[in-house]
Write a protein that binds this ligand. Structure first.
Ligand code: ADP
Ligand code: MG
Length: 390
């Protein structure tokens, strides 16, 4: 998705006020009736219609007149609300080039006042394919309570919370800076994803380090669940950083062992293929004298399922939100380009693109039960200029 932040400069206070009004309206309406937008925005000098037209022009809103005249936010509109909030908070001053396209995210560089470059991850849950297809049935059954925007916001919140907690326990992760809506701001990791690395000075050392991280995570009660060459960054000094945490689960999860083994298997497979490493299991047992490179056993690790719980709770990511998110994204895994790249057909991809459209249309959601988004990170109209507002 193109994120033309120049548009930001052309948007007035009224534009943002109306955009925010639509976001607020979406708590209770899939499509927010035009007159409700007008009422919530309550522009000092009127003229909501003209503002709406402007927002449509920049594709920040989608117009729907199938049942009545109404509007909903597009992902771009949601992006702008998050970016604007973070800029207002002084977290960064400008958005730069796109540096990554994940399966369910877009990553951009952002610059701070002093020139420091950070990474901004915009979550786009359900954008792609296989998870969505796999979960479609489940999703539809629960559609009254979930939406893509809501889930993307939860994914960001979870990622931010986990990044912070992991950092506090000295795991090699980016520094978590801030979070708003579906957007996470973190330090920029130098280097590249392992998948781009063709050669290593010390593949054995790196391998051991990486396996060591998976084991230590389990000791702290967690499994990454998507631990592979796409989510491990490495720099020129061969320093490792792990990224991408929205799918992590606890070691007390019913499928914990399977997820753990799968993470380990990904690493073994990658190092075998890419760096021609051989492991104990690849050889005739009788030839091996020392117990080298054998797989860690989930069973043998002494796991503290609660080790990180307190930190996570402190970060504001609740158990309930965790459950919502898990139900949706659990078990998803990034595909290894080496192996099963073409498993998803174009057809499937297509289905899912339209799923997104369809599901964005079903934005009844934003957790209508009421409470959601009532946090400081959600929509709030800036009334500093207006005095009291309805
Ligand atoms: P997804 O969940 O969509 O897979 P990731 O968090 O894995 O998203 O990010 C996708 C890509 O963006 C990564 O493979 C990496 O190249 C880049 N990236 C993500 N976070 C950072 C960061 N903090 N610094 C530098 N590059 C990053
Ligand atoms: Mg990733």
């Amino acid at each position: 998705m193109k994120l033309d932040v120049n548009v930001l400069r052309y948007l007035s206070k009224d534009d943002f006020r109306v955009l925010t009004a639509v976001e607020l309206g979406m708590r209770n309406h899939e499509i927010v009736p035009a007159e409700l937008v007008t009422r919530i925005a309550d522009l000092k000098h009127g003229g909501t219609y003209k503002v709406l037209k402007n927002l449509l022009k920049y594709k920040l809103l989608h117009h729907d007149s199938s049942k009545y005249d109404g509007f909903r936010l597009t992902y771009l509109g949601y992006d702008f609300l998050a970016i604007k909030t973070l800029v207002n908070r002084g977290v960064f001053t400008g958005v730069g080039r796109q540096i990554g396209v994940g399966k369910e995210s877009d990553i951009f560089e952002v610059a701070q006042e002093d020139g420091t470059i950070l990474a901004m991850k915009l979550h786009r849950l359900g954008r792609t394919s296989f998870r969505a297809v796999k979960n479609k049935r489940d999703y539809l059954r629960h559609r009254s309570s979930f939406s893509w925007l809501y889930l993307s916001r939860l994914a960001a919140l979870k990622e931010f919370a986990f990044m912070k907690a992991l950092q506090e326990h000295d795991f090699p992760v980016p520094k978590a800076i801030d979070c708003n809506r579906h957007c996470v701001i973190m330090s920029l990791v130098p280097g590249y994803p392992m998948v781009q690395v063709k050669e290593l000075q010390n593949p054995e050392t790196i391998f051991e380090k990486i396996i060591g991280i998976v084991v230590r995570l389990a000791e702290h009660g967690l499994i990454h669940c998507d631990f592979n060459e796409f989510n491990i960054m490495i720099d020129d000094e061969e320093k490792i950083t792990m990224i991408d945490f929205p799918q992590m689960v606890s070691v007390s999860h019913q499928n914990a062992q399977m997820y753990f083994d799968r993470d380990i298997e990904c690493i073994f497979k990658f190092f075998r293929k890419r760096f021609n490493m051989t492991f104990r299991e690849d050889r005739d047992e009788t030839e091996v004298e020392v117990d080298e490179n054998s797989r860690p056993s989930f069973y043998d690790i002494s796991k503290d399922a609660n080790a990180l719980d307190r930190d996570l709770e402190a970060s504001g990511f609740t158990k309930k939100e965790q459950n919502h998110l898990d139900r949706f994204i659990e078990g998803g895994q990034e595909k290894s380009k080496d192996s099963d790249e073409n498993e998803e057909s174009d057809d499937e991809e297509q289905t899912c693109e339209s799923n997104e459209e369809e599901n964005l249309n079903e934005m009844t959601s934003l957790e209508l039960q009421g409470k959601e988004q009532n946090n400081s990170d959600g929509a709030e109209l800036d009334d500093t200029e207006k005095g009291e507002s309805s």
